[in-house]
Write a protein that binds this ligand. Structure first.
Ligand SMILES: Cc1cc2nc3c(=O)[nH]c(=O)nc-3n(C[C@H](O)[C@H](O)[C@H](O)COP(=O)(O)OP(=O)(O)OC[C@H]3O[C@@H](n4cnc5c(N)ncnc54)[C@H](O)[C@@H]3O)c2cc1C
Length: 375
């Protein structure tokens, strides 16, 4: 049973685990720990449901995992994607079947479903709550939130995504190293009334970036892209200007962007994306999802990485909470498991990411692949 000891000098309870960040990584971890009977608190600065920048393609690799957690994917009539098209900036295209395929589901729905599930399993979900500090002392963590409240926990997990205020607080080395790196921006919106195949993912390259299109159900098509920040700056920081002058130079992408109706609010934009290597443990906080390593969107499924990390981490957290392993053993075993299973994907992603968006390399690569392919 979970430990419920009072914190010295306060009436607050001590959580077994505090999870900071409520994307797929944090939420799937919360469900697994709460289901194992552990006292879990999860902090999310936004309020569910909310949209976020993501291609919203869920690899079949995680389909069964999500179903086992209790997300009723089979009942949701989601688009199932089995075909892939990739094009070079000049519009040379390669069509291919997808190896294992995936389904389309908006993060607006997925994250809310997971948050509801975690709450039903007994986790305390504090959305609309931004964490401003996390400090380890005397074998426990004190977590401070923007409203000045503090919480105590035996374990703390960082699932706060690509970058957050807490990376700076923890002085994570990747921050300093990445100052010299190329910086990227990512943009996402949903298109409506476009004639887009329900079983296809498309990836269209443009100069210094690429754009993915895929169905997410309810007649909507996800359009999300990543671009070198120089493209945006060169067009006066105007998304519309950059799309007109850069993305629409790809003739296969142009019709979607030119004619499409965009649903709802203006495009969501995130900046300062880097793909630097990061640590899996910092100040005894165990990192998972993008906080442990951000994979280039083209090269893999970041959501899979986050879910896989939560799956690796949760039994180790239980071993620690049930006194089968010490904190140093927990940190070492998690780091080893993460590196064995996930770090290769990030490295491969970084290499692919470097090639894509470079016009002649992408065109040459696609021409070679076309010749070698029967499609
Ligand atoms: C353009 C683009 C397209 C992509 N397409 C796909 C795709 O199709 N399929 C796929 O699998 N992956 C895709 N990815 C990657 C995927 O979106 C990420 O890998 C995934 O969202 C990572 O999940 P996460 O839980 O680690 O982080 P996130 O989903 O980013 O969640 C982190 C959460 O932490 C919260 N947070 C941050 N700081 C604090 C704080 N101080 N206090 C409280 N909360 C905090 C944030 O609000 C956020 O909700 C794409 C990425 C990009 C950029």
């Amino acid at each position: 049973m979970p430990m419920l000891a009072p914190f010295p000098g306060s009436s607050a309870e001590i959580y077994d685990c505090a999870i900071i960040g409520g994307g797929v990584a944090g939420l799937t971890l919360a469900v697994q720990l709460a289901r194992a009977g552990r006292r879990v608190v999860l902090f999310e600065k936004e309020t569910y449901p909310f949209h976020r920048v993501c291609g919203e393609y869920i690899s079949m690799e995680n389909y069964d995992f999500l179903c086992r957690l209790g997300v009723p994917l089979a009942e949701m009539e989601l688009p199932v994607m089995t075909r892939f098209t990739v094009s070079s900036p000049s519009g040379v295209a390669l069509h291919h079947p997808l190896d294992i395929g995936g389904v389309g589901l908006s993060r607006y729905r997925l994250d809310q479903l997971l948050a509801q599930l975690a709450a039903r399993c007994g986790a305390s979900i504090r959305d609309g709550t931004r964490v401003t500090d996390v400090v380890f002392a005397d074998e426990q963590f004190t977590i401070t939130t923007a409203d000045g409240a503090t919480y105590q926990a035996r374990l703390a997990c960082g699932a706060w995504g690509k970058h957050a205020n807490l990376d700076g607080k923890l002085h994570r080395p990747y921050l300093e190293a990445s100052r010299q790196d190329r910086q990227f921006v990512a943009v996402k919106y949903h298109l409506q009334n476009v004639d887009f195949p329900a079983d296809m993912v498309q990836m269209h390259n443009f100069r210094d970036g690429y754009c993915g299109l895929s169905p997410v159900g309810d007649g909507l098509t996800n359009c999300s892209y990543i671009s070198d920040v120089r493209n945006l700056r060169a067009h006066g920081n105007s998304i519309a200007g950059m799309e007109r002058q850069v993305l629409m130079q790809n003739p296969l992408l142009r019709p979607y962007l030119a004619d499409a109706q965009r649903q709802g609010t203006p495009p969501l934009v995130i900046s300062q994306i880097t793909f630097r290597e990061r640590s899996t443990v910092e100040g005894h906080v165990l990192m998972l999802g993008d906080a442990a390593g951000t994979i280039a969107p083209l090269a893999g499924n970041g959501m899979s990485m986050g879910m896989n990390a939560s799956f690796l981490l949760h039994p180790l957290l239980l071993d620690f909470l049930e006194n089968r392993i010490s904190r140093p053993e927990l940190e070492q075993q998690y780091t080893r498991a993460w590196q064995r299973l996930l770090s290769l994907r990030i490295t491969a992603g970084r290499l692919i990411h470097r090639v894509f968006g470079q016009p002649w390399l992408t065109t040459a690569g696609i021409r070679v692949l076309k010749r070698a392919s029967c499609y």
